[in-house]
Unconditional design. Structure first.
Length: 481
């Protein structure tokens, strides 16, 4: 049995995490978070191919900002060649060779790696690149799509050669997939930028809108006007190449065949107002993991009540009656989409491990988590456990603080009204609340740090034991408070 995941077998140069990410009304269920070093060269953000892939046998589409290009392997294995087209029929398309150890940089952003291609696919792509080199196209995306269509690629939702813009292309591929000679092929979405996929795509859309002005700047008159407009801000631009800091990434899990694969995961699907506000406050969402294998009653003995202090202070009373009152929480959850969900599907322990961002001193990635006892739906069944998770640090400190509160995560589920009231086991209720994170060594740490539900040491012990039973191949540790 192999003890360490081989990233080389997956085709990647190093260890990357992956997780679902929003793209406006769509959810991309698996985005490879390529933790690579970006540089700024001539106003473009770029990354080395060798930092992403460990081989020279890939075919992929690069969504830079603002350019899109098609890249495929050279036949002799010495590197890649890129088909570079230009917008508005401005210049003829050409082919650039990108060989190893020669500054093999491509625009950073979103890369679409085509999977399971037959041996003839790359040869046909190279042939069509040669044939269309020297032609002019309305956009770089359209030139790329004409090459792929001529080589035998297609999509179920739209003719590839009719596609003009980057976001349009991404939407078509997410909706209709990609085919080669009529047979479906897969693709992986790789994000080499530190921006979220939605944030980066928003920048692409703005670049699309600014395309005429971007080309106007290349005219002598346009260059002069642009220089006059930007002169006051010129001193604020960074000088030279700028490198991005790499975040710590926990090591990969061992490669084994016995990871449990029975955790149902879903994420809130925000309505249009929520999607619009998400552009301001960042990708806040509520993830839910349903675990039927383990009964909550084997670990947790009672329901927890929000704001349970006998003599609450002024701040707590304001939170309970105003800031986080039941009507306010209902509205906030409605905007976040807590009444509708994108189904991610059945996930393994390994998937859960990789979805969690690595938390370190340089990069805060803690999550607020609420454990809910879900009553059994049939007489002989045991109650299940629902874990609701919200990322704490996203973009704006105030918004992050509001949208990750435990009472927002739980949605004011039933709780005992009085201290001596018996637990009503016919209703879902909170059994634990606190924080969860993955440290750089790969340990999953849970802490009962919740001023709202205030779990005690017994509940903290129960949660650590529950998580270890739910995720037996992961290292679970309780944070001592």
């Amino acid at each position: 049995m192999r003890n360490q995941e081989s990233e080389r077998e997956r085709g990647y140069a190093r260890r990357f995490e992956y997780r679902p990410e929003f793209l406006f009304c769509n959810l991309v269920k698996k985005v490879i978070d390529a933790n690579v070093q970006e540089r700024t060269v001539n106003d473009f953000r770029v990354a080395r191919v060798e930092d992403v892939f460990d081989n020279y046998n890939e075919t992929f589409i690069v969504f830079g900002r603002p350019n899109t290009a098609l890249v495929t392997a050279l036949p002799d294995g010495t590197g890649y060649q890129k088909f570079a087209a230009y917008s508005l029929w401005r210049k003829a398309a050409h082919i650039e060779n990108i060989t190893r150890n020669s500054g093999s940089f491509l625009q950073s952003g979103i890369w679409l790696r085509l999977l399971n291609l037959p041996p003839s696919a790359q040869e046909r792509v190279r042939k069509e690149m040669d044939k269309l080199s020297g032609e002019k196209f309305r956009t770089c995306v359209n030139g790329t799509m004409q090459v792929l269509e001529s080589a035998g690629f297609s999509s179920k939702s739209k003719k590839l050669s009719a596609i003009t813009w980057p976001y349009q292309l991404m939407s078509v591929l997410l909706e209709g997939g990609l085919l080669f000679d009529g047979e479906p092929i897969g693709f992986e979405v790789i994000r080499t930028t530190r921006m979220s996929m939605e944030e980066y795509t928003r920048g692409i859309i703005l670049a699309e809108i600014a395309t005429p002005y971007r080309h106007f700047k290349k005219h002598p008159l346009g260059a002069k006007l642009h220089g006059m407009l930007t002169a006051p801000f010129r001193g604020l631009k960074p000088v030279g190449a700028k490198k991005s800091e790499l975040a710590e990434v926990a090591p990969a899990l061992p490669v084994e065949s016995d990871y449990l694969k029975d955790i149902q995961v879903r994420v809130t699907a925000a309505p249009l107002p929520g999607r619009m506000l998400r552009q301001l406050w960042g990708p806040h969402a509520l993830f839910e993991a349903m675990i039927d294998r383990i009964s909550a009653d084997d670990y947790f003995q009672k329901a927890l009540k929000p704001f349970s202090q006998e003599n609450p202070g002024f701040a707590t009373r304001v939170k309970k009656t105003v800031l986080f009152s039941k009507p306010v929480i209902w509205l906030m959850r409605k905007i976040m989409g807590a009444s509708a969900f994108h189904e991610i599907g059945t996930c393994s322990e390994r998937d859960i491990y990789d979805m969690l961002r690595t938390h370190s001193e340089a990069s805060e990635n803690k999550y607020n988590i609420v454990a809910v006892r879900k009553p059994a739906s049939k007489p002989k069944e045991k109650p299940a456990t629902r874990l609701i998770i919200s990322r704490i640090t996203v973009r704006n400190k105030l918004v992050d603080w509001i949208l990750s509160k435990h009472v927002l995560v739980s949605g004011y589920l039933w709780s005992p009204g009085e201290q001596n009231q018996q637990t009503d086991k016919t209703k879902p209720y909170v059994v634990w609340a606190g924080e969860l994170w993955k440290d750089p060594s790969g340990k999953i740490i849970c802490s009962g740090n919740s001023g709202t539900y205030r779990p005690g040491p017994a509940e903290d012990d129960a949660m650590a034991k529950f998580l270890q039973a739910a995720l037996p191949n992961l290292k679970i540790e309780k944070f001592s408070r």
